[in-house]
Design a protein around this ligand. Structure first.
Ligand SMILES: Cc1cc2nc3c(=O)[nH]c(=O)nc-3n(C[C@H](O)[C@H](O)[C@H](O)COP(=O)(O)OP(=O)(O)OC[C@H]3O[C@@H](n4cnc5c(N)ncnc54)[C@H](O)[C@@H]3O)c2cc1C
Length: 231
């Protein structure tokens, strides 16, 4: 566990903030996209800290976590300001190992955090690699990294994103959006053959998508999941 200095914060949506941090020399430990670290606050009850996925690219100057404010830990992270200290563990976890298979990333809400890092890493290694993002949120205003995702879609023919809006939404939705839940059975024929699937979100979301992937005969070795409890 080591102290880092917050270099920048960005409010991505009304309740999600990305916090960037680096050590006092402006460096950070190496990590793989898809990994997470533990954040520790000694004024809060959970002395073993809480896990947060890295949303930045390994090559970025600062590392970042993108956090939805729902409770004590997440609110304290979201209220950090540049210059504040944040104590974190080394990065760990193994959600994704780069390979040349087409990639289908399925995110619910803040489950986009590690996926945003993975998608950009894969396209940096091979700009032609087919990558598809299926991203579910209650409302359009909850889509984290909405503009950067759209910019990436515009820059890469091999990358496509579909937004699923599951709640009532008064705002206009684009052609890239679907009202309702992700229905794998409906879209499986449009997804790349032999793709690897990465699923990340709340327990219910990950369970639901995993069951759908199994029902579509996707083998376990092609499915990686990460569950963010309770969000
Ligand atoms: C591997 C991993 C990576 C993660 N990455 C991220 C990330 O990138 N961004 C992010 O915002 N969060 C992430 N999380 C979730 C994060 O670790 C915290 O659990 C979250 O921020 C809530 O902590 P809190 O102290 O703010 O809220 P808490 O006080 O723990 O809880 C707030 C609300 O969530 C409910 N809740 C909490 N835990 C559970 C549970 N186990 N089951 C059901 N309901 C529960 C509580 O009932 C309460 O209503 C990740 C979790 C894991 C395991």
């Amino acid at each position: 566990m080591k102290p880092f200095i917050v270099t920048k914060t960005i409010k991505e949506t009304p309740d999600v903030t990305t916090v960037y941090f680096a050590d006092k020399n402006g460096a950070h430990p190496s990590f793989k996209s898809g990994q997470y670290l533990t954040v520790y606050f000694d004024n809060l009850e959970s002395s073993s800290g809480k896990a947060y996925s890295l949303s930045s690219l390994p090559s970025d100057e600062s590392m970042s976590i993108s956090v939805k404010a729902i409770g004590a830990y997440s609110n304290q992270i979201c209220s950090l300001k540049p210059g504040n200290q944040i104590v974190v563990s080394k990065p760990y976890g193994s959600l994704y190992e780069y390979n040349s298979r087409p990639l289908v990333c399925i995110a619910g809400g803040i489950g986009i955090s590690p996926i945003w890092s993975i998608i950009r890493s894969v396209l940096a290694i091979n700009p032609e690699q087919p990558v598809k993002l299926l991203y579910s949120n209650r409302a359009k205003s909850g889509i984290v990294f909405h503009e950067p995702i759209n910019n990436l879609v515009n820059r890469h023919q091999s990358f496509g994103a579909t937004y699923y809006i599951t709640g009532q939404d008064e705002t206009t939705l684009g052609k890239d959006s679907v009202i309702g839940r992700i229905d794998i059975d409906k879209i499986i024929a449009e997804l790349p053959i032999d793709a690897q699937f990465i699923v990340c979100g709340s327990t219910n979301f990950v369970r639901g998508i995993y069951s759908q992937l199994k029902a579509s005969d996707i083998p376990d070795e092609l499915i990686s999941t990460e569950t963010f409890f309770g969000i």
